[in-house]
Design a protein around this ligand. Sequence first.
Ligand code: FAD
Length: 510
Amino acid sequence: MALEQEIKAQLAQYLELLESDIVFNVSSNDSENSKKLVAFVQEIVEMSPRLTMQNKQLKRTPSFAVDTKDQVSGIEFAGIPLGHEFTSLVLAILQVSGRAPKIDAKLVKQIKEIKQELNFETFVSLSCHNCPDVVQALNIMSVLNPQISHTMIEGSMFKDEAEAKGIMAVPAVLLNGEEFVNGRTNIEDLLEKIVGPQDNSDLENKEPFDVLVVGGGPAGASAAIYAARKGIRTGIVTDNFGGQPLETQTIENIIGTKSTEGTQFMALVEDHVNEYNVDIIKNAKASAIKKADLVELTLENGTTLTSKTVVLATGARWRNLGIPGEQEFKNKGVAYCPHCDGPMFEGKDVAVVGGGNSGIEAAIDLAGLANHVTVLEFMPELKADQVLQERLYSLKNVTVLKNVQTKEISGDGKVETITYLDRKTNEETTLSLQGVFILIGLQPNTEWLNDSLECTKIGEIIVDKYGATNMPGVYAAGDCTDSAYKQIIISMGSGATAALGAFDYIIRNY
Ligand SMILES: Cc1cc2nc3c(=O)[nH]c(=O)nc-3n(C[C@H](O)[C@H](O)[C@H](O)COP(=O)(O)OP(=O)(O)OC[C@H]3O[C@@H](n4cnc5c(N)ncnc54)[C@H](O)[C@@H]3O)c2cc1C
């Protein structure tokens, strides 16, 4: 039995929602993997009289297509979609049966209007929490447009194919056989890459907001809820909804919630925001801010939105090393997400650059899969918590190099070596390896402010105890500020503070 009882019980509830009969077209042979896949599909089929399976030769074996009796949906799963991909399968079954995907009507129209034939293939690992968003977005496109097809390919079952195609990071999307997108993305970004920028001309006509929040992470969501609860006109402009928690596997420090996953948690947060009258503008990036009569926020597409107050909650992103080879070998051996890309380095030699908590957690995680892990730390000591260091030093296949400066990553088409300098002896060493995970902390997403606000020398927005910046009517919260600690609960608290500060400002000035 591939499915746990609890998951089966949930699946049974979803299968009640089927709108038409589903046929699983299964491509199998005598291999062990085929037997496992057939048993998996069989187990699902036995759960509802509306499900059947039959044999069909597909491009990959073992794989299966999710179709109806009369129509090929274009959705195929090569390998068994367990782990993080199980939800992708459940949604595919429901959507192929006729249940409408929960996306904006504007996006549905755009997808249906695509005329050219698009065959997508996405390599995933089942431990990758960024992969399902991509798989689900491309499955939705397949369901809505017969010209589009999508196959999810489980990397470890199709290891030879992944290696032959040079895939070293997931999700890796190919379009008509060519590299298309790597890493976490969403349906809006994928569509923009296919058909060009969305028509956002309707944004120009938006009435001024009372509170306009920039950023859809924990801080922005919290600010928006606090503002909307005051009954004032509230909006969120964001690149994506979710922020850094989407990169987070397990979260265990949200008080009152013992354990959750980042994607699951932010889906609940988004639902909570949607309970209120908040105008959420996604896939939009702020590029400039100015105080005139109102605060003017310009977006990258040239549109300007106005508001009495603005709360900046643009968070932070992984910091780059800035050394030769880092950009060139991104997704070709240089990686930032051990949960996602770790399985691609099974049995290989890897390095982790960074000896803080995230680096040492990554090294421990990778040591379970890789042949050998080398940790490179710039400072003379690791900065990670003692408990993590103890665990690290107990592992036999880990070497820790301290007081070293990473100088260069090189190779031929993919990572082959890393060169570091011993800061004490000034000696350079080159190690042969196949992967480099870079975990050297975060950098605030504030470059776009271009000195319009007072920031620290590393670009964090300076705020007072009300969350106010030095620009009247402009507040800031979360990881983009100079707050001492960067955590979800802290960001949410500062988002609430900034919204209340903004509300106070409105009362006093308007
Ligand atoms: C791997 C990892 C694990 C973590 N684990 C934990 C944990 O277990 N517990 C915990 O409490 N914290 C954890 N954190 C930290 C936590 O995720 C952050 O402190 C928190 O997400 C900060 O929230 P935020 O809203 O300030 O910023 P973010 O989460 O970074 O959100 C910023 C938002 O702003 C948007 N944005 C950025 N620039 C622009 C722009 N110019 N225009 C419009 N929108 C923009 C982004 O798209 C995003 O939606 C972890 C972080 C990482 C990376």
